[in-house]
Every structure is written in C-alpha cells, then in structure tokens.
Design a protein around this ligand. Sequence first.
Ligand code: HSE
Length: 424
Amino acid sequence: MAKIKELNIALLGLGTVGKGLVNLLKENENEILNKHNAKVNIVRIFERNADKLEKFGLDRNLFTDNMQDIYDDPSVDIVVELLGRIHPSKEYIEGALNAKKNVVTANKDLICMHGNELLKIAKSNGVVLLYEASCLGAVPAINTLKNNFLGDEIKSIKGIFNGTTNYILTKMTQEGLSYADCLKEAQALGYAESDPTNDVEGIDAAYKLCILSRFAFGLDARFEDISKKGITNITPQDIHIAGRLGYTIKLLAIAKCNDQRLEMRVNPVFVSNNHQLSKINGAFNACTVEGNYSDEITLIGRGAGSHPTASAVANDIMNFAHKMGDVGQRVLKKAKMEKDGIMKYYLRMSILDKPGILSVIAKIFGDNKISIESVIQDKNENPEVKSLIIVTHSTSSVNMNKALDKISKNEAVKSVDAVLEVLG
Ligand code: HSE
C-alpha cells in the first residue's frame, strides 16, 4: 500500500463556505482517503479573531491574522482563499503564489478582473491557481469546459448563472407576485443581500460569463465588454404575456463565438418552454454548452451556498493533489450489493369493488411499515373490476415485495398491473 499523502491547507476565511469546507473535510475524511489515498489537514486559519475558531470547535492554535505566518510556513501546500471581494484577497493571493503556495479560490470578482495576471504569477512560481468554485457553485462548469468538448468547437455557452434572480423570476412566474415582493422574500431567505445590485443587475452573472468564456473559446473576454441588463423592470404582466405565448422569462448569460468574434450579454430572455433552461427553477443554476458536434449539453445544480460551494473548492484541492502526481489511484474493492432499496412507489392494481377491500390493502401496507401518500380509484377496461392506484412515501423495497406478495394473494385483487419507482 502506497504511503498516505498528507496535504496541508491554510484556510483564509471561516465564513459560510469556509465552514462548509471544514465540515466536508471532516465528514468525507474516509471517502477522501479511499478515493485518493490522501489526507487533507487544515494547518492554519486566517481570520480576524480567534474566537470564531473556538465557536466552531476548531483548535485556537490554527489561528493567525498575519498572512506572513502562512507565507513562511513550509508545511502549507495550498492556500484556500474564501474571503471574497477583490481587496485584500488579490494581495493575499499574490503573496501566497510568490511564496510558492498553490492557491484555490472561490472569488469570481477577482478571477474575472485579475485572473490572467494571477495565473501568470502562479506560472512563474511553478504553482497552480484553481477556481472552479468561482463559477456556479457545485456545477462543474469550468472543469467541464476544460476537460470535455476537446474535439469540438464550442459555438456558445448560455445559462442561468445567478440563483437569486432565478429564484425571484420563478416566484414571480409561479405566484404572479411583483418583483419588489419577491426580492424581499429572497432577502429574507438569505439568497439576496441587503444591497442586491450585483445580483439583480446581472453583474454577478457577467463575472461568471467572463470567466467561463475564456475556457470555452480561448479568447480573453473582458467584463467591460459584456452588455448587462437586470431584472428590476420585469413586471408580472411581462411574465404573464410570456406564459401565454409559450415562454418563461429567465435572466440568461449568453456568449456566442463566431469566427473568433464574441457576442456576450446578460439580460432577461423569453425562453421557449421547449428549452431546458425554461425549466430551471428556484435558486438553481444551469449552463448549456453547445459544441459543433456534441450539440447542446446542459449542466444543472446548486450555484451557491455553503455545501455546494465547498464541494467545488474540495474538488480543486483534490485535483491539485493529483497534479502533484503522488496521490494514489483509487483501488477498487469488491462491491457488496445492497439487496434493499429505499424508494417511493407507484402501484396500479385491478380490484373487485367490494366493501372492506381498501382497508385490507391499507392494513397490509401498514403491517409492512409502508406509508401511503395518495390513493385514486378509477375505472378499468374490465367493468367487473376497478383500478386502484397508490403512490407511497419512501419505503424499503424488501417491505414492498412482502406487501405485494400478500396483496396479490388476496382474492379481491385480480392483478397487480404496474409497480414503478417514483422520483421526487
Ligand atoms: N449571489 C449569487 C447567486 C451567488 O445568487 O447566484 C454567488 O455568486
């Protein structure tokens, strides 16, 4: 067995994402060990004061409020910057790269505006700068553009790059509410900040579009060249008319490339209800990539929040570990197959329409710890019987098989006609 690789990280910022990363590294420690034969240790935490560490159950000795401690610590392999904003994160990252530390960041504003400059500094120091979490949270948009479509010419990328505005538009669409009311709700839920300008004016989405375009087209797109229009003027009437015409209004970030010429914008769009992007609701993000041979491929997922963003940060950390070349390849163990499965069921059976039969069937389900979500009794092609349709809550497949065995032996049940899994 190869020696376990120890990776030491210095974490800058114990905010929402920082805490998510600490939790992930703790909770997934064994998974990371099994997958990569590696162990990730947090050896320094840069914060304003040490109490924050204690409040979160972390060793006070990890605390520093001086970046020089991190630059000078030879044990630190990776600096993970989760402070946000351009300054002083830019200076901290420059310092870390010049101290020959690898850097992982989730900072989209910084990468959009100064990414090229920072990448040059990383290269000249022989270290890497990774920033998957800067775009669309857990959605692996950067890695997909980097590692896939390698034989295709990418014609366009477009998508829902901001969860807050998608939440607001979804609410306006589904409940006919005004922009102002939905914004208030988004703020109450913590999606929108008290100053929501960056989200609602399309600025946040434009940062992400700028970064992703560099990977998609290999062209140096500039934030200033992206035209930006937000959602503040969208009215319930616009949304209603869109619906009548077969469209849903979405704030889309769009970049198209034709013969090295880029067309880039963020603006509200009437999206046909036949297009996948029309169906992305709530705070979800999505990115549709169109290759000239692949056609459109859409990635969908959570674009913000503690766990999803921490997932993308951890992905970069482990990617870096593989770049170092000395983490183990996953060793496959013999799989043990689970005989039981937990799922919801749709059942359709033909039953005699006689007193007491429903209670008999319900009792069999109850005896087998199966809870029923809904029941419909319907006509059947055969006039002598009725169709009984049942949707259950999540239940064990072993219990369901026992129940079905009993049900099918009941003389009032003529046949069990359909047993299907229900998702969602
Ligand atoms: N505020 C962003 C959103 C997440 O609502 O999607 C961070 O970019």
